[in-house]
Design a binder for this molecule. Structure first.
Ligand SMILES: NC(=O)c1ccc[n+]([C@@H]2O[C@H](COP(=O)([O-])OP(=O)(O)OC[C@H]3O[C@@H](n4cnc5c(N)ncnc54)[C@H](OP(=O)(O)O)[C@@H]3O)[C@@H](O)[C@H]2O)c1
Length: 248
């Protein structure tokens, strides 16, 4: 399956002026990426930030520019200043709010989509159902992983297990495959601490789903049936729905 080119040095934009010294310092090395997050307040104007990143591209210090948790208006304004290579957003069977507006916008503008948390932060790998969430895990503070909501969400995992049996793969592989089948411009970034799971995630490329399979999976696992918000409560006000940057 051909894949969109993921940004090898995607620089997120909100901290671009602050990132300049770091980029300048690293200019003689192979790494030119910045690691600032798009949602760290206070947020300067996106246009100004992208303008700064554009200068870094022109100076050869940054190769591609990407955004994360950006609203449609922000994506448009940023892209008008310098082409945005990719947008990193949460996208999985239980996080589908980017589908109505952001996905079509990225396609209109030719921007790659990098879904983060494609395995639903481990939920479709059994986290919270077949495996305990450790007491130290930050997931303890995620609304969808609270004891009360997990009890309800467990039903979705059980459905996913059934669907996975049908496709002769694991639930995590099916979740990942569903994201991979959303388009050739979609490059999910599953996270794992285990080589076994890394290999299993690579093997999800072998799972073939038809249009009917995708419809069946989407109809069985519906975001409306998920208990709890998709984001940590403390982070919710910085998600794309609320994180529009100032115009100037
Ligand atoms: N831009 C943003 O705002 C943002 C926000 C969140 C995350 N991210 C990025 O997105 C990437 C992934 O996100 P994520 O780690 O939150 O979510 P994820 O990929 O949906 O889930 C990761 C979890 O799934 C488990 N897992 C992975 N493969 C598995 C498999 N084959 N079978 C069973 N369990 C499996 C992992 O546990 P094990 O370690 O035990 O395998 C881990 O707990 C990371 O690079 C992260 O930095 C970006």
């Amino acid at each position: 399956m051909p894949r969109a080119r993921a940004p090898s040095a995607a620089a997120r934009s909100t901290c671009a002026p602050a990132a300049r010294p770091a980029c300048t310092a690293s200019a003689s090395t192979t790494s030119t990426s910045t690691t600032s997050t798009a949602s760290t307040p206070p947020s300067p104007s996106r246009t100004r930030s992208i303008g700064e990143l554009k200068k870094l591209v022109e100076e050869g210090k940054v190769k591609y520019i990407g955004l994360s948790e950006a609203s449609p208006d922000t994506i448009r304004r940023a892209h008008a200043v310098h082409p945005i290579s990719a947008v990193q957003m949460e996208w999985s069977l239980w996080a589908r709010d980017i589908e109505p507006e952001i996905v079509p916008l990225c396609r209109e503008l030719g921007i790659g989509i990098v879904p983060y948390s494609p395995i639903a932060r481990g939920f479709f790998g059994g986290r919270g159902v077949t495996q305990q969430v450790s007491a130290e895990s930050s997931l303890k503070g995620h609304p969808r992983f609270s004891a009360e909501n997990l009890e309800k969400n467990k039903q979705l995992y059980l459905k996913m297990e059934e669907l996975a049996k049908k496709h002769q793969c694991s639930p995590a592989q099916l979740a990942l495959s569903w994201v991979l089948h959303q388009g050739d411009d979609v490059v999910p970034i599953p996270g794992t601490t285990k080589i076994k799971n890394l290999d299993s995630n690579i093997d999800s490329l072998k799972v073939r789903l038809t249009e009917d399979d995708l419809k069946e999976i989407s109809n069985e696992i519906r975001e409306e049936d998920v208990a709890g918000g998709r984001q940590y409560t403390s982070f919710a006000k910085f998600t794309w729905n609320y994180a529009d940057t100032p115009k100037k």
